[in-house]
Design a protein around this ligand. Sequence first.
Ligand SMILES: Nc1ncnc2c1ncn2[C@@H]1O[C@H](COP(=O)(O)OP(=O)(O)O)[C@@H](O)[C@H]1O
Ligand SMILES: [Mg+2]
Length: 243
Amino acid sequence: MKEPTTLPGLEATQLTARYGPLEALHATDLHVSTGELVAILGPNGAGKSTLLRRIMGLVQGEGTVSFNGEPLPGSDPRRCTMRGVILVPEGRGIFGPMTVHENLDLGAYLAGGNKEEINNRLDRVFNLFPRLKDRRKQLGGSLSGGEQQMLAIGRGLMAAPKLLLLDEPSLGLAPRLAEEILATLGTLNQSGLSVLLVEQKAPLALKLAKRAYLLSVGRVVAEVTPDQIQSPRDLARYYLATA
Ligand SMILES: Nc1ncnc2c1ncn2[C@@H]1O[C@H](COP(=O)(O)OP(=O)(O)O)[C@@H](O)[C@H]1O
Ligand SMILES: [Mg+2]
C-alpha cells in the first residue's frame, strides 16, 4: 500500500526584497512544513514584515517561493490568497467604518465557497472569539485593540487558510491579552493549521513554536529551538554576533 504523502508546505529559497535601491532582505532560505508553527524573531527594522510581504508577493525581489510543491507567483498577492496562504498584516488592516460581520465577510470573499461553507467558517471564528460574535454588528473602528486583532485573525480564517502568516499579533496589547491571542494561535495550529508567526516578544512566541528563525539586518542569522533561548541575552548574542 502506498504511504500517504505529506505536502511539503512553504519553501522559500534565496529570497531577497527591495524597496527601490534598498535591499531590505538578503538571500533568505526558510521553510514551514505542513502542520508546523514556526516563529520569526528579530528587532525592529530587521526585515520581518518585509519577509512576510515578499512571500505574499506584496514586495518584489529575487529568489523563489513555493507552496505545496508549486511556485507562488512573486507579484500576485491575490493568487497567494486563493492558494490558501493568508497574511494577517502588521497594524491589522481592518476596515473601521464596516461592521465586524462585514469585515469577516470580506475575508471570505477571495476564497469563495458556498454559503454553507462560509457559515461554517463564521461559526468557527465566533467559537474561537466569542467577543466578535457579541460585537458582530459593531463597527470595526469601535473595537478595542485586542478585539481588532481578533477580528484581523478572524478575517484571515474566513479566507480558509492552509498557512497563516501573522505579523506581530501581540503588538500594542496588554500582556494577558497578548497571551490569550497567542494561545488561540496554538489551538489553531493543533487543529492542523500551519502558521508562520512574526514576533518581537520572543518568550511568547517560543512557548508555541518548536523552531524559530532569527532575523537581523535583513538576513536570517540563526535557526533555533526554544531550549537555545533561555533569556533575552541569548537572543542578543545571536543578533550581535552576526549583525
Ligand atoms: N515601504 C518601504 N519603503 C522603503 N523602505 C522600507 C519600507 N518598508 C520597510 N522599509 C525598510 O526595510 C527595512 C525592514 O523593515 P521591516 O520589514 O518593516 O522590519 P520589521 O518588520 O522587522 O520591523 C527597514 O530598514 C525599513 O526602514
Ligand atoms: Mg514589522
